[in-house]
Design a protein around this ligand. Structure first.
Ligand code: IMP
Ligand code: MG
Length: 183
C-alpha cells in the first residue's frame, strides 16, 4: 500500500540534459581550476545541504590540495520582507572561518536568494576570501547581481533533477541531470 506522502509525489517526465560523462569532465576541470587558484592554501569547502552534496563529493576529490569540509543547510520560507530574509540557515559550523579561504558549494543557483543569504551570514565570520561554486547556474532567474566565480553549467529556466537536485525530495540519486518536461 502506498503511503500518503508517496501518493503526493508525482512522477516527473524528464529527459537527460547533462549526462554522467559530461558532468564528470566538467567537475574535473573545475577541480583543476580551484587547485590552481588556491595553490599553497587550505580552503574550507562549505557544502549546501542537501542539493550540493553529490557535486561536492565529486568536486572535493578533484581538488589536489589540503582542504577542510563544512556544511550549512538552507530552507526557504514565504515570509520575511526581502527574499533572502526568507532563507533560514541551519547547521553548526565547527571550523572557525575567520581568516580562511571559503568556497560555498551549491548544486543549483536559481533566484540567488539562498546563496546570497549564505554569503551574508558567512561574511560575518570574517573569512579572508569567499567564492561560490555551483554545478548549475540559471542566470536568467537571478533576482540580484551575483558574483559566481565557478559554475559548471549555465542553463535556462528549466527545472532540473538528479545529481543531488530534487523534486519534492525525490530524484536526488539520479546519476545525471534531467530536465523536467512541462506537460
Ligand atoms: P534560489 O532561488 O537560488 O534561492 O534556489 C532555491 C533552491 O531552490 C535551491 O537551493 C534548490 O534547492 C531549489 N531549486 C532551484 N532550482 C531548482 C531546480 O531546477 N531543481 C531542483 N531544485 C531547484
Ligand atoms: Mg529542493
Amino acid at each position: 500500500m502506498k503511503s500518503l506522502s508517496e501518493e503526493k509525489v508525482q512522477f516527473m517526465p524528464f529527459e537527460v540534459l547533462l549526462d554522467q560523462d559530461q558532468i564528470a569532465r566538467r567537475i574535473a576541470e573545475m577541480g583543476k581550476q580551484i587547485t590552481e587558484d588556491y595553490a599553497a592554501q587550505t580552503p574550507v569547502l562549505v557544502g549546501v545541504l542537501k542539493g550540493g552534496v553529490v557535486f561536492l563529493a565529486d568536486l572535493m576529490r578533484e581538488i589536489k590540495l589540503p582542504m577542510e569540509l563544512e556544511f550549512v543547510s538552507a530552507a526557504s520560507y514565504r515570509h520575511g520582507t526581502t527574499p533572502s530574509d526568507n532563507v533560514v540557515l541551519g547547521g553548526e559550523l565547527s571550523i572557525p572561518l575567520k581568516g580562511r579561504h571559503v568556497l560555498i558549494v551549491e548544486g543549483v543557483v536559481d533566484s540567488g536568494n539562498t546563496v546570497s543569504a549564505i554569503l551574508r551570514q558567512i561574511r560575518k565570520l570574517q573569512p579572508v576570501s569567499i567564492e561560490v561554486v555551483t554545478l548549475i547556474d540559471k542566470p536568467a532567474s537571478h533576482r540580484m547581481r551575483l558574483d559566481i566565480k565557478y559554475k559548471g553549467f549555465s542553463i535556462g529556466n528549466d527545472f532540473v533533477i538528479g545529481f543531488g537536485l530534487d523534486n519534492t525530495q525525490r530524484y536526488r540519486n539520479l546519476p545525471f541531470i534531467g530536465r523536467v518536461i512541462e506537460q
